[in-house]
Design a protein around this ligand. Sequence first.
Ligand SMILES: [Zn+2]
Ligand SMILES: [Zn+2]
Length: 403
Amino acid sequence: MKRLLEAARRLHGQMIEWRRDFHRHPELGYEEHRTSAKVADHLRGLGLEVRTGVGRTGVVGLLRGERDGPTILLRADMDALPIPEADKGIDYMSEIEGKAHLCGHDAHTSMLMGAAQILRERGVKRGNVKFMFQPAEEGLAGARAMIEDGVLDNPRVDAAVALHVSPVHPTGRVAVIRGAGWAAADRVIIRIIGRGGHAAAPHQTVDAVAVAAQVITALQQIVSRQTDPLDAAIVTIGRIAGGHAFNAIAPEVLLEGTVRTLVPETQRRIRAAIEAVVQGVTASFGASYEYEYEEGYPVLVNSDEMNELVKQACDATLGPGRWEYGRTSMGGEDFAFVAQRVPSAMFRLGTRNGEKTAYPLHHPMFNLDEDALPIGAALLASMAVHYLENAGPQGENGIHRRP
Ligand SMILES: [Zn+2]
Ligand SMILES: [Zn+2]
């Protein structure tokens, strides 16, 4: 397996070139036309079966092995963020106003292109590798769009792996996350409806601002008093809007927020508890309400078997002692839609090497250590090889095909 790392190192310059090219030309969700064309050209050049326009701007490559066998999916995301890049002293700054790769998806795409090339050159004896280049990870559910367009079918996918760069971990360090890796991220919209009037005659009105203040305060007791303290959850009201003038009573206030949970049961409880609070508080002051709860990305649950695969591949490719258990993130991750359907693992790959690469994801100064590129490519390739050579009825590592 060390050979995979050597092969990836030979592609280092090429992967840097791809990554910087994507970095200069960032594209937002479902606008990844240039990026996906580059990806598709590369995959076609390798002789893979390629489908484009999957989930609008997604690309799928298929590498068939010599014999039939299971299919493993490797996934990268391609979209950038609508955030202007800060001048960080690099010569491959974003050339598009107001858009930048500040979540490392340029590196994810480059690493998966590298993994495809390594696997193509090495060859696969048994089973298939499917390469999923998805659009719109940042809030627009590109993975779900690709699933609806059949990315998990023909051939049917049995297991999946993805990685995310991590400015928290040093370059090349792997963090495996047990169980829930990323949270379910939902959106809440609450409208408090009162009766407006003159600020000097409050008794003739129902003050929506005063009621909203009570609602926000009461909502904070849901997590602190109604959920298991060992089961992480968040209720955040991030936006409040209402009123017209300082000397008038607001007829209506809009509250918008997010709920983050790791367990579906907690998600259901909080969803109901919010409505109970809003209903009770508004009723006690004579106001009424409207309540909408939009489910976003589901919780991303890593399978124990696939985590084992990540660890095995890591030991075999990088040597022992290169992985650790990582912390769950309360952020959302679109790969959760894949993990809901097939046994999956998403791990973090360290990309921090000094101060310049220590900024958090989505920060205008975010950057990553490009020495991680061949490591990520080799790890993804190695996971595919490990899975395909050991999975199935005669498998040795306990990962079985989906019934
Ligand atoms: Zn992001
Ligand atoms: Zn990301």
